[in-house]
Structures are given as structure tokens and as C-alpha cells.
Write a protein that binds this ligand. Structure first.
Ligand code: ADP
Ligand code: ASP
Ligand code: MG
Length: 456
């Protein structure tokens, strides 16, 4: 087995769900790790599809038959990978998989007896626990000294299940103590997405959170680089699934990429760039299927700052309009609305106001483990004012530089989509984005048309 080659440089390499979906995908990633001696900490997501199964398993209305079927589906995803390893490794890994799935069955039972967000997180964590154990062995199969590391020893969080906040100071201390010394000898393989609170309970950082975990670990270890390996050859001018006109961006600034992530470009979890920016760690985004294609470099300063950089789309938005004639010339109404929303841990994205009404948007994705607008919230708001709630909307964000200063921005955008019903527009608060809501059914067309006008 190759010992870790001596290099002073440290890269944290994160592989997403499709990159660890099956044996061939894992093998490609293992070879990426092997190709660069600075890749010493590997952060993996759950194999593609597993977290979605676990989300379903954690819900309240799952029958025992469905529970069994889900667990068997997860087992088959994982054993389809282990069967490609040597018989000895396969047997011992399958034993570990069985043990983990027995523990998962217990958690599912607990959840069906008494639902809690604590058990939800315990259930969701199994995906990464499984894939990281398997990936360490795939590394070993190509002679890289890969070893499993339980991230919960270092990723300490508060107890806000589904959206836990990481204790950066503890993470840094524990990494220095427990992780850094081991990295000198081994390539460690650890889990994205999950953490542990101070009572020892499992927590999660929100869907897609493995990118953020990797960035936090890179920061805590004072890493030199963060590589996010995914299923596309970098960050594109818009989601390449929406239009084949989208093109990969070679270099992008932290600020621009952070805006994209915030406004829904799924390529990066919204918080990923916060640690990278704090420590000025350059981030690379590339495809584990085609590593030779290169990718996108995200860094502090880039050569060009174009007016239009990209278009992001965030689906499943909820628009809540609160209306109260008492708001006219009165003070304190908005404070009451926001106090109520804060009580329910709901975060508002966009706001527009008129004399007697306020429109607010919320991210309300299905399959989320975060707080969502519920009937209870609406009922409590109705104690204060008239409330209307609309679902089925998408948020389109045009991201760039100097958008409030450049002439003709609004005209270029809204002339292009003058046949579309635009629900709410936010422009002016930020120089780097202009965003608006459209009907979900118009969203792809809007992005396609805008991309055509602004980028071709
Ligand atoms: P992973 O499982 O590796 O974390 P994700 O599915 O979370 O991967 O993110 C990758 C996906 O993000 C791509 O397949 C692509 O469809 C989507 N995406 C959205 N916006 C962009 C963009 N601007 N550039 C590239 N990919 C994007
Ligand atoms: N497995 C988790 C999810 O699917 C975290 C991640 O992939 O980043 O949301
Ligand atoms: Mg992702």
C-alpha cells in the first residue's frame, strides 16, 4: 500500500452523490484522489438516491412494508458496490452494512412510534455513514491508504435538527487534536452533511450540506485547496439541465459564486463559500466523470467582472402576502410579523412592501428537513392581518457586477420576458443580483430566454 507521499500541501476533496453512486463512479473518484498527493482528506456524500430514501423513511406515514422496501433498496445500492471488491473485503463490509441497516431499522421503528426531528437526523445520517466506509475500501483497492474517519468526533453543532449550526471553534480544536495528526499517515475518508450536538445526538446541516462540511473542514485544517467533484465540468452560466446554451465558467470570484449558491444554483450548498472566503481558500469545481476537462476556479480576485455572470433558479418558493390597513402610518406591525416568523425559525428571502401590504418569499422545498410555512404559522399570522399564501413559484436571479449602475439592465431583462407574468421584483438592494418570481411552469422558459439575451 502506498504511504501518503510527502507534500506539505493539503486539499480537501469532496465527492457528491452521483460521484459515489456505484462502483465505477467510486473508482473514478479514488483515482482522482490518487492522482494528486495533496488530496488527503476526502469528504463524501451518500450514494445518489440514498438520502432521498432516508427522507422518505423518516416521514410519519410510512408503513412497515415500505420501511422494509426502502432499507432493502439502500442495501442493494451499497452491496452492488462492495461486490466488486475482494471477497474478504466484501464480506467484512457487508457485515458492517448489515449492522448499520439493523440500527437504521431500529431508528425507523422509533420514528414510527414517536416522531421527532432528532430521530429524523439520526436516520438521514446513515447514507454518509455507509458511503464513507465503502469509499475507504475502494481507495485501498487501488493501493491508497484510505481510512474511515467519523466526522462526528469533530463536527460539533448546536441541536437545531435539520439545519444545525457548526461550532467553528470546537471544529478547529478537534481537527487539530484528532484529524490533523492522522492525515500525515493516511488519506482519511469522512462524511459530509452530518454532525453531533453536545448531548451526543446526530445532527444534519441541511440538504446538499456536504459541500459546506468540506469547506468547514478545509478551513479548520488550514487547507490549501478545496475541490468539489460533482457531475458537471464546473460552474455554468446557468444550470446546464435547463439549456444546452449554458457554458462553463473558467474563473469566478467568491462573491459571484456565493450569490449563485444563495439564489439556488444547486452546484454548491449556499453556505459553502463562507469558510472559503474567511480563509481565502481557493475552490475548484469539476466533474469526477471527466476530470481531464478541468473545471471552475473560485477565488478572491478574478480578471473579469462582467455585468452578467449567470442566472440562477430556485424552485418551490412560497409567496406570503400580509395585508393590514393598520399598517398605514403605523409602526410596529412588521416587527410583530418578523417576531412570529423568527419564533418558527423561518427565514425570509425577498421582501417588497407597499403602504399596507408586505410580500415575503420563503424557500419551501419538499424533501427538506427545515422549518416550512405550515398551517399553524398561517393561522398565527392571521391573528395579525390578512394573509394570502401562494405556492408553485420559482425565483429567478440574474447575477453579475454593478447591476444597479449599468444602464439598461432592467430593460434587457424584462423586455425579453414581456409575455411572462412576473410576480415580485427585487432590484437595488444589491449590486450583484436582480431577482424576481415567476410561475413554476414558466421558469425554464424564462431562464432559457434570458440566457439567450444576456449571454449569446
Ligand atoms: P452533487 O451530488 O455532486 O453535490 P448536485 O446535484 O448537488 O451534485 O449539484 C450538481 C448539479 O447542479 C448539476 O448536475 C446541475 O444540474 C446543477 N446546477 C445548477 N446550477 C448550476 C450551474 N450554474 N452550473 C453547474 N451546475 C448547476
Ligand atoms: N446526502 C445529503 C443530501 O442528499 C448531503 C449532500 O449530498 O450534500 O442532501
Ligand atoms: Mg450537491
Amino acid at each position: 500500500m502506498n504511504p501518503v507521499q510527502s507534500t506539505s500541501s493539503l486539499t480537501v476533496a469532496k465527492f457528491g452523490g452521483t460521484s459515489v453512486a456505484d462502483f465505477q463512479a467510486m473508482l473514478r473518484c479514488a483515482n482522482i484522489v490518487k492522482s494528486d498527493a495533496s488530496n488527503r482528506l476526502v469528504v463524501v456524500s451518500a450514494s445518489a438516491g440514498v438520502t432521498n430514501y432516508l427522507v422518505r423513511l423518516s416521514q410519519q406515514n410510512v408503513s412497515v412494508e415500505e420501511q422494509r422496501a426502502i432499507i432493502e433498496n439502500i442495501r442493494s445500492i451499497q452491496v452492488n458496490i462492495t461486490q466488486h471488491l475482494t471477497a474478504v473485503v466484501e464480506t467484512s463490509l457487508n457485515q458492517e452494512i448489515d449492522n448499520l441497516l439493523d440500527a437504521l431499522t431500529q431508528q425507523a421503528l422509533t420514528q414510527s412510534l414517536q416522531y421527532s426531528t432528532k430521530t429524523t437526523d439520526a436516520i438521514l445520517a446513515f447514507g454518509e455513514q455507509l458511503s464513507s466506509r465503502i469509499f475507504a475500501q475502494v481507495l485501498q483497492s487501488i493501493d491508497v491508504s484510505g481510512e474511515y474517519f467519523n466526522v462526528q468526533q469533530v463536527m460539533k453543532t448546536n441541536s437545531l435538527h435539520g439545519k444545525a449550526v457548526v461550532d467553528i471553534k470546537q471544529l478547529s480544536e478537534q481537527c487539530t487534536l484528532l484529524l490533523a495528526p492522522k492525515l500525515k499517515e493516511k488519506v482519511l475518508v469522512t462524511q459530509g452533511f452530518i454532525g453531533q450536538d453536545n448531548k451526543g445526538q446526530t445532527t444534519t446541516l441541511g440538504r446538499g450540506g456536504s459541500d459546506y462540511s468540506a469547506a468547514l473542514l478545509a478551513e479548520a485544517l488550514k487547507g490549501d485547496n478545496l475541490s468539489i467533484w460533482t457531475d458537471v465540468v464546473g460552474i455554468f452560466t446557468t444550470d446546464p439541465r435547463i439549456t444546452d446554451q449554458a457554458r462553463a465558467i473558467k474563473e469566478i470570484s467568491f462573491g459571484e459564486a456565493a450569490e449563485m449558491a444563495t439564489f439556488g444554483a444547486k452546484i454548491l450548498h449556499p453556505a459553502t463559500l463562507i469558510p472559503a472566503m474567511r480563509c481565502n481558500i481557493p475552490v475548484f469545481v469539476g466533474s469526477s466523470k471527466e476530470p481531464e476537462q478541468g473545471g471552475t476556479q473560485i477565488k478572491k480576485k478574478v480578471d473579469s467582472n462582467p455585468t452578467y455572470r449567470s442566472i440562477a433558479l430556485r424552485r418551490e418558493q412560497t409567496l406570503v402576502t400580509v395585508k393590514s390597513p393598520a399598517m398605514l402610518h403605523a409602526s410596529g406591525f412588521l416587527a410583530k410579523v418578523f417576531t412570529l416568523l423568527a419564533k418558527h425559525e423561518l427565514s425570509v428571502d425577498l421582501i417588497t412592501t407597499s403602504e399596507i401590504s408586505v410580500a415575503l418569499t420563503f424557500d419551501n422545498p419538499s424533501g427538506s428537513t427545515q422549518s416550512l410555512i405550515t398551517n399553524t404559522v398561517v393561522a398565527e399570522l392571521e391573528q395579525l392581518c390578512e394573509v394570502s399564501v401562494e405556492h408553485g413559484l420559482s425565483l429567478v436571479a440574474v447575477i453579475g457586477n454593478g447591476l444597479t449602475l449599468a444602464k439598461g439592465v432592467g430593460q434587457s431583462i424584462f423586455e425579453t420576458i414581456n409575455d411572462i407574468n412576473v410576480r415580485l421584483i427585487c432590484h437595488g438592494a444589491s449590486d450583484n443580483n436582480l431577482c424576481f418570481l415567476v410561475d413554476e411552469s414558466d421558469a425554464n422558459l424564462v431562464v432559457e430566454k434570458l440566457h439567450n439575451t444576456l449571454f449569446n
